[in-house]
Design a protein around this ligand. Structure first.
Ligand SMILES: NC(=O)c1ccc[n+]([C@@H]2O[C@H](COP(=O)([O-])OP(=O)(O)OC[C@H]3O[C@@H](n4cnc5c(N)ncnc54)[C@H](OP(=O)(O)O)[C@@H]3O)[C@@H](O)[C@H]2O)c1
Length: 336
């Protein structure tokens, strides 16, 4: 069994590779020649934007592919998302089709490949319900690319938003942490979204366990939903943590007020016209995903539960609390 991991230098790719340390693993990463070889695992350089990124690799060696490489920014432009996440996935698929011993092709996707769909979201292929940003669209298109035409042993794992390590420290800063920082600093005083919208927030450990547990399960689509916690509860929890901090209390910042989508949209448009000042970048960083916070979804997990007997989710309120406490304690220092 030889597993090829793309994006093996990334946040989840590194952790999945570490979990498979006993196995024969090939780590495919961008700029690999500049990196150290971690342990005994083999490293190859790839750039998914190149015509034939796996030219050096003998497809007869590969029995499993875990495709984790992607551009994951919510504000990614459409062309970059198409080139890396869609065309790049098509190249991995082309290579997978040449792997005659292939037993599993795992695509790491996102719960938000569901796009603008609301209500129950099942572990099935989605049709195009529209998307809030190009990242969502590209992950949906990547799913389509591996599932259609059928024929490969494909497992799509739709992942939640990873906000911390298992010990509550933060290893990767994303939209969640940046938004919490805006609230702490008083740059965001509104709550875009419906406070009842459920969020699926998880630790890296949960996510890696889900992926590794599904490696030997039947191919198919699985939703690794963790939590969930409502948007309103998550923000209230963050403020409960802030309100234990003397610096924050001195600034007497009120809790954010929920606003409807049209008002938020108007405010983002108005802020675009402002030159300089902190408001425009603050709103611009939230705008690429804010619409999703108005679209309430309930992710079904029957297939995941059946395939992963160890499925457990952490208490989501405790998770948000420990992450916010960590961020405040560090004064958001590592936040990019
Ligand atoms: N983290 C989450 O909360 C989360 C949630 C849902 C889904 N996911 C999915 O999980 C997967 C892994 O995410 P992650 O958090 O580990 O992201 P990440 O840390 O950004 O890792 C992605 C990796 O892909 C590589 N990559 C980007 N463009 C490439 C290209 N043209 N050719 C080759 N490699 C390229 C990056 O290399 P560079 O470092 O050189 O750019 C990086 O190592 C993604 O598919 C993502 O959509 C993640």
């Amino acid at each position: 069994m030889t597993t090829l991991i793309t994006g093996a230098g990334g946040y989840l790719g590194r952790r999945i590779a570490a979990a498979l340390h006993d196995e024969d693993v090939i780590l495919a990463m961008r700029g690999a020649d500049k990196r150290e070889r971690p342990g005994a695992q083999e490293v190859i350089p790839i750039d998914l934007c190149e015509e034939n990124p796996f030219a050096e690799l003998d497809p007869r060696r590969i029995t499993r592919i875990i495709h984790a490489a992607a551009v994951i920014r919510f504000d990614v432009d459409r062309d970059t998302a198409r080139r890396v996440n869609v065309a790049g996935t098509a190249r991995v698929r082309e290579f997978a089709e040449r792997c005659e011993r292939l037993e599993r092709f795992v695509l790491l996707s996102t719960l938000y490949s569901a796009g603008r769909r609301q209500g129950d979201v099942r572990e099935v292929r989605h049709d195009d319900a529209g998307f809030v940003n190009h990242y969502e669209w590209s992950k949906w298109a990547a799913e389509e690319c591996v599932l259609e035409p059928p024929g490969l042993p494909v497992t799509v794992v739709r992942l939640p938003t990873v906000i911390s390590e298992d010990d509550g420290t933060v290893g990767q800063y994303n939209a969640f942490h940046h938004t919490i920082r805006l609230y702490y600093s008083g740059l965001l005083t509104l709550l875009p979204g419906d406070p009842a919208t459920p969020l699926s927030l998880a630790t890296a450990g949960f996510t890696v366990d889900a992926v590794t547990a599904l490696l030997d399960a039947e191919p198919g689509i699985y939703q690794a939903c963790s939590g969930p916690v409502s948007l309103g509860t998550a923000v209230d929890t963050a403020f409960s943590v802030f309100e234990r901090d003397a610096d924050f209390m001195r600034r007497m910042l009120p809790r954010p007020v929920p606003c409807d989508q049209a008002s938020f949209h108007d405010m983002v448009s108005a802020a675009r016209a402002l030159r300089g000042g902190p408001l425009q970048p603050a709103l611009a960083s939230v705008a690429p995903f804010a619409e999703q916070l108005y679209l309430s979804k309930s992710f079904r997990t029957e297939r995941l539960r059946a395939a992963w007997p160890g499925y457990r989710t952490a208490d989501p309120v405790a998770l948000v609390e420990s992450v916010c406490a960590h961020l405040v304690e560090r004064r958001f220092n590592a936040a990019r």
